[in-house]
Design a protein around this ligand. Structure first.
Ligand SMILES: Nc1ncnc2c1ncn2[C@@H]1O[C@H](COP(=O)(O)OP(=O)(O)O)[C@@H](O)[C@H]1O
Ligand SMILES: [Mg+2]
Length: 491
């Protein structure tokens, strides 16, 4: 590695150890000097520093740039403070598309281009690491990437810095690393353990660690930020979606109208909202609600999910499944005291008079592949003189109905995998006419209990939001169950 490497910074660092004019070797030798003057120095720390020296001497196989440019990405005002903060630990808590990932990337690269370092850029899943982080780093590092090994997720920059792209779905896998810095994107989706493992990986280097995330209720990220109030070496920065000048304000207004207000404040204003956590956190009208009414395709199968009720409403949803496994939910019927004869008429495609309106399904029964209910479809019903709903439907001419035997948890996971798959693909879309279903996606919650995590608990049967949600999961899980492969992560 050439000795005339110079590093320049926009805002000169205040810490003498970060003198940018020194060569990397000088910086490391200096650090070794500081380590060994300490009478009880840490041998491991010395070894790590020696390793860095060795790496510098070896020069990666690729030609490194002999005169790297200073790295100065363009930043909006709400991002600059975070990127330039010299706190050991920091967080950019922002609304969706407020520029979190961009800011974290800019901060990480500022560090990486300053000195040859090893850092980690960590996302909740492999899909997010590959589809969100790597492209953002590549865009900002641009022609200063010396080498990219996609199989391992390692990037080497033209000054010799190494960036490890990792997913956090298995925190234990991060344990072997020694890091000069780390960037954890969408941290609030992860358990606190990931943060702690990463912090541990920087103990010997004292390097900075930072998270970029949208809040998720008052979870550990909120507690961390609270703990940081009295910590001079840690800072949190907040941004709303509207702080990003690239976002169309009409889009934010649309979300404000469609989302429940607490969810809107969390997602768009980066507010730590106290509430029962939503079961389907990933449901976002912008992603999941179609712009226009669904055009029914000729040859794709159509299914109906049904949750039988009486004093609580019955819920039916009609959906079409694409050959690639994408669901399009195009019709819904939610009604109290709906007798099975009328429910059958709705399935058959006949007009059904309801309180104040007439409902008619968009397709006749002949086009329906299957009708899927929960196991209660087989239980005897008082309202039908002891007969089960499925047997009553059968005598009304509807024979393609089944009762799905499944647990609430596995059904929810099947729906989640469609809302946002592990590889960040959306595979569930809702016709804008299904207003009830759209509302219920946001309103379907776990019980409000601040002291316990929602994991493992069952959603609230609030009698409002659970009916369409039940009908939906019966259908999705029965037709497109989660296979083992949907859960595979890992580079
Ligand atoms: N300083 C910036 N300059 C140019 N584009 C930016 C900047 N900050 C963010 N963006 C763009 O704004 C969009 C949203 O930013 P992103 O970081 O992906 O948001 P978030 O991670 O908060 O959802 C992206 O297209 C990103 O490239
Ligand atoms: Mg992002």
């Amino acid at each position: 590695m050439p000795n005339n490497l110079a590093f320049e910074l926009d805002n000169p660092p205040t810490h003498p150890a970060d003198n940018p004019r020194r060569s990397p070797e000088e910086a490391v030798l200096d650090r070794i000097g500081r380590i060994i003057v300490n009478p009880d120095f840490d041998l491991k720390e010395l070894k790590d520093a020696a390793d860095v020296l060795k790496r510098l001497a070896e020069t990666p196989e690729t030609a490194l740039n002999s005169r790297p440019e200073p790295f100065s990405p363009s930043l909006f005002p709400h991002q600059a403070e975070f990127v330039k903060s010299r706190a050991r630990f920091s967080a950019f808590i922002g609304g969706v598309r407020s520029g979190k990932t961009y800011s974290g990337t800019a901060k990480a690269l500022s560090r990486a281009f300053l000195l040859p370092t090893v850092g980690a850029a960590v996302a909740p899943t492999v899909g997010m690491a590959r589809d969100v982080l790597v492209p953002q780093y590549a865009e900002l590092a641009a022609n200063r990437i010396a080498k990219w090994t996609s199989s391992t997720g390692d990037m080497i920059l033209d000054n010799g810095s190494k960036i490890l792209f990792r997913s956090a779905d298995n925190p234990e896998r991060l344990m072997g690393l020694t890091l000069d810095w780390f960037h954890l994107d969408e941290a609030a989706q992860l358990p606190r353990r990931v943060w702690e493992v990463l912090v541990n990986r920087t103990i010997s280097t004292g390097g900075p660690g930072f998270i970029t995330t949208t809040p998720r209720g008052k979870n550990w990220v909120w507690r961390l930020v609270e703990e940081w109030r009295d910590d001079p070496d840690a800072s949190a920065f907040f941004a709303k979606t509207s702080d990003n000048p690239l976002i169309d304000s009409a889009e934010i207004d649309r979300a404000r109208r469609q989302l429940d207000s607490r969810y809107f404040r969390q997602q768009f204003e980066a507010s730590f909202e106290e509430e029962g956590t939503r079961v389907y956190e990933d449901f976002t009208p912008q992603l999941h609600v179609l712009e226009e009414s669904w055009q029914i395709r000729d040859n794709w199968p159509i299914y109906i999910g049904v949750d039988f009720g009486w004093t609580h409403p019955s819920a039916l949803i009609w959906a079409q499944l694409s050959p690639e496994g994408k669901w399009f939910i195009f019709d819904e019927l939610v009604e109290q005291h709906l007798r099975l004869e009328r429910l059958a008429a709705a399935i058959l495609g006949d007009p059904v008079t309801l309180a104040g309106r007439t409902f008619r399904a968009r397709i006749p029964y002949s086009k329906v592949e299957r009708i899927i209910s929960g196991i209660e479809g087989l239980q005897s019903r008082q309202e039908s003189g002891g007969e089960s709903a499925l047997s009553a439907l059968s005598s009304l001419g509807i024979s393609r109905a089944v009762a799905a035997r499944s647990s609430i948890l596995s059904g929810i996971n099947a729906v989640r995998a469609k809302l946002l798959s592990a590889d960040s693909e959306v595979k569930l879309f809702v016709d804008p006419r299904c207003r009830r279903l759209i509302d219920d996606f946001s309103g379907y919650k776990y019980p409000e209990d601040r002291n316990s995590e929602p994991d493992g608990e069952l959603p609230l049967k609030d009698g409002i939001h659970d009916h369409t949600m039940d009908a939906l999961r019966y259908m999705i899980e029965f037709v497109t169950p989660l296979r083992q492969t949907d859960w595979r992560f890992g580079f």
